[in-house]
Design a protein around this ligand. Structure first.
Ligand code: TTP
Ligand code: MG
Length: 354
């Protein structure tokens, strides 16, 4: 049996704004543009009793809650925090499936207690970001997602296997993950209001009413969801590169630069515990012509000396004499495809040759 956690930050954008501006704390705020055509991204918990919520036009929100304070979104800040929480998730499992900036599924089946992991993650998120998150714990994604919503904000709710049947039976169908407003309305029309009602329906009749997805609903009514937690980013390669402030035409200097790129790449490889067999050297000339040279080993590169000798060997294969070079890059991957995720090193040429 799997152990799945769903984590979701509370009033995410709004909580961040209240964190960073104490004068907004305890007040009804909406993150979004206040203009006539503006739409709200989210609202603080103080604004929600007025009916102010995500995706509402700003003008409507203002009418519902006259003292509502509008705050412009700061996406870079939300993205940075999202990265911070994902780093915490990865301390517990590789199987992290982010659904958006502020929520993710985690498969922690290899841990003894998913509940303790969820508690620890909530604590770490708070220590690191001063923000609260809610967590749901159960045996599959659907139940974990419902559970995280159940005790918001700052909640932790566990649906243990023995309680699944009774929990699902009393659950209003609009609370099921994946049943949106349109489906819920249709179900209401059919007299399906709770999990128990849904359970009365055979698989074939649900498919007749709702199409293929009816099969999923049939499982939902029984607390079943076989979907795996799938990390959506499969890293195919890691790379580093330098664009020179002024073009380089000296092999010795180029070798120095290659060393700097290689050291940066190696630290990334270690950080990501990446195992690649193919090294690709990329060189861009001053006329923007770009060439690559690559070598594939029978096994993954596990030490920096191998990376060093291969990268220098590849550089020897490039005719650089009498040509000006503006960029040098190295990638390690599993295939010979060029790097999709190279990073630009932020130091300039003069500093490197000191
Ligand atoms: P949610 O997790 O749906 O909402 P929330 O975190 O604000 O509140 P809750 O405590 O109920 O989880 O979405 C996360 C963020 O995504 C939210 O803060 C703002 C953004 N968002 C939008 O920009 N538009 C939308 O329609 C929704 C639903 C969210
Ligand atoms: Mg949220």
């Amino acid at each position: 049996m799997r152990k799945i956690i769903h984590i979701d930050m509370d009033a995410f954008f709004a909580a961040v704004e209240q964190r960073d501006n104490p004068s907004l704390r305890g007040k009804p705020i909406a993150v979004g543009h206040s203009g006539r055509r503006g739409v709200i991204s989210t609202a603080s918990y103080e604004a929600r009793p007025y009916g102010v919520r995500s995706a509402l036009p700003s003008s409507v929100a203002q009418r519902l809650c006259p003292e509502l304070i509008f705050v412009e979104p700061r996406f870079e800040v939300y993205k940075a925090i999202s990265e911070q929480i994902r780093t915490i998730f990865r301390q517990y499992t590789d199987l992290v499936e982010p659904l958006s900036l502020d929520e993710a599924f985690l498969d922690v089946s290899h841990h003894k207690s998913a509940t303790i992991v969820a508690q620890e993650i909530k604590q770490k998120i708070f220590q690191t970001t001063s923000l609260t998150a809610s967590a749901g714990v159960s045996i599959n994604k659907m139940l974990a997602k419902i559970a995280s919503d159940y005790r918001k904000p700052d909640g932790l709710f566990v649906i243990p296997p023995k309680q699944i049947d009774s929990f699902v039976a009393q659950l209003p169908i609009e609370k099921f993950f994946g049943i949106g407003e349109v489906t819920a309305t249709k179900m209401h029309r059919l007299g399906i209001r709770t999990g128990a009602d849904l359970r009365e329906w055979s698989e074939i009749s649900l498919v007749k009413q709702f199409g293929k997805v009816g099969r999923l609903y049939y499982g939902y009514a029984r607390g079943e969801d076989l979907r795996a937690v799938t990390p959506n980013r499969v890293r195919k390669s890691l790379g580093a590169e330098i664009t020179f402030i002024s073009d380089v035409d000296d092999r010795e200097i180029l070798l120095d630069e290659l060393t700097a790129v290689r050291d940066e790449l190696w630290s990334r490889i270690r950080r990501h515990e990446f195992h690649g067999k193919t090294v690709v050297l990329k060189i861009k000339f001053d006329d923007f012509q770009q060439i690559t040279r690559s070598k594939t080993l029978p096994t993954a590169i596990e030490d920096i000396n191998t990376l060093k000798s291969i990268s220098e060997e590849l550089l020897c294969k490039v005719e650089v004499e009498n040509r000006k070079i503006r960029l040098i890059g190295l990638t390690v991957g599993n295939s010979t495809e060029p790097c999709s995720e190279c990073i630009q090193l932020c130091f300039d040429f003069e500093q490197l040759t000191d």
